[in-house]
Design a protein around this ligand. Structure first.
Ligand SMILES: NC(=O)c1ccc[n+]([C@@H]2O[C@H](COP(=O)([O-])OP(=O)(O)OC[C@H]3O[C@@H](n4cnc5c(N)ncnc54)[C@H](OP(=O)(O)O)[C@@H]3O)[C@@H](O)[C@H]2O)c1
Length: 334
């Protein structure tokens, strides 16, 4: 059980699965937390700002977690007390003082995986599709190093690689929806990779299913995506058609402009477009095989903004029993 503090979860049945969700206040993490809570799990959340998020998660205990301070297995010991499964949804788009890609994507998850191995705790880690050797992006290479360290840790782990996510509250999702509404789309010529965009609600449910498995041995690398493969230009076109019912003018742009734009965005910390994402856009980001239908027991939701509900329920609504992820209509949140 998590520490018996004022914010300890109430009314959780004895014997419930105890899950620590790191980054549980983020875009992916929120969906994981909601699905786990709806499944009856006892949820603890790791956040850099537990006080800030306390009122939104009355059903969970919140713990201070800063990956840059958790670079050795021993440092994780107190957080892992009375935990059956850890779900790691922490990631950074850009480095900040003391929060390097190496710390957040590689060394802290590596130490965590070793700590999980020592404590016999299952470990579900969020990574990404399209990571590859030799990518000249520290964002991507740190994630690949993190995956490799976890695989070598001896823990009972699952590395989850979702495709691009759509849903309310996602930084990238919000930008793509906004870009799609523009009447002119600039499409870099090299953006030829496929995307199997999926709903963030589906990812949350997949995490809840994985967390409940007694062993992750059959799920070491779990690639997930939606039902369709889109090209980047096609994805923007379809989003726009759903939002506005009209077509945009799509103008091809040279690759050097996309690359320069990505570097400028990185320097200015502007938008989700980074050099790492420019590399990803040039390659397929499609799961192979796609294990989402198997985990959900149904087809993934379609990305259809026009028929989505306008708002994603707040975590406190889930707690109050007003709505749970399983009650959501079969459309992406948002
Ligand atoms: N969004 C997508 O489409 C997508 C697709 C595939 C893979 N991914 C990967 O999934 C991961 C999560 O993505 P997301 O979209 O959910 O990002 P997000 O909304 O930014 O959430 C990440 C969370 O990580 C926590 N965090 C950040 N720095 C931390 C640190 N130094 N120590 C501890 N916690 C820290 C933050 O929680 P607090 O503020 O509460 O500390 C934040 O809410 C990333 O690695 C991303 O690359 C995302």
């Amino acid at each position: 059980m998590p520490p018996d503090t004022e914010d300890s979860p109430k009314n959780i049945p004895a014997g419930a699965l105890r899950v620590l969700v790191l980054g549980g206040t983020g875009f992916i993490g929120r969906h994981a937390v909601a699905a786990l809570h709806a499944s009856g799990a006892q949820v603890a959340i790791g956040s850099r700002h537990p006080e800030r998020h306390k009122s939104a998660y009355p059903f969970a205990s919140l713990h201070l977690v800063r990956f840059e301070h958790l670079l050795q297995p021993d440092a994780w010991a107190s957080l892992l007390k009375d935990v059956d499964v850890v779900v790691n949804c922490v990631g950074i788009l850009r480095q900040r003082p003391n929060e390097s890609y190496d710390h957040v994507h590689h060394r802290a998850p590596a130490a965590l995986a070793l700590a999980c191995a020592g404590a016999n705790i299952r470990f579900v880690h969020t990574s990404a599709l399209g990571l590859h050797e030799g990518a000249k992006s520290r964002f991507l290479s740190s994630k690949l190093l993190g995956e490799r360290a976890i695989a070598a840790s001896g823990s009972d782990y699952a590395i989850v690689r979702p495709s691009l996510l759509d849903g309310e509250g996602g930084f990238g999702a919000r930008w793509l929806r906004g870009l799609s509404r523009s009447p002119v789309h600039f499409i870099p010529r090299g953006a030829r990779g496929g995307i199997a965009a999926m709903a963030a609600t589906d990812l949350g449910k997949a995490f809840a299913v994985l967390a409940a498995l007694p062993s992750l041995a059959g799920h070491r690398e779990v690639e997930l995506g939606g039902i369709r493969r889109y090209g980047y230009a096609e994805y923007l076109r379809e989003l726009r058609a759903d939002y506005t019912g009209t077509r945009a003018l799509q103008i091809p742009t040279p690759n050097w402009a996309a690359r320069l734009g990505a570097h400028v965005c990185d320097v200015l910390h502007f938008s989700p477009f980074s050099y790492g994402h420019w590399i990803l856009l040039q390659r397929d980001n499609v799961p192979s095989p796609n294990r989402l239908p198997e985990l959900l027991g149904r087809e993934p939701l379609a990305i259809r903004p026009a028929i989505q509900p306008k708002t994603q329920p707040e975590p406190h609504q889930v707690h109050a029993g007003k709505i749970g992820p399983h009650d959501l209509p079969d459309t992406p949140a948002g």
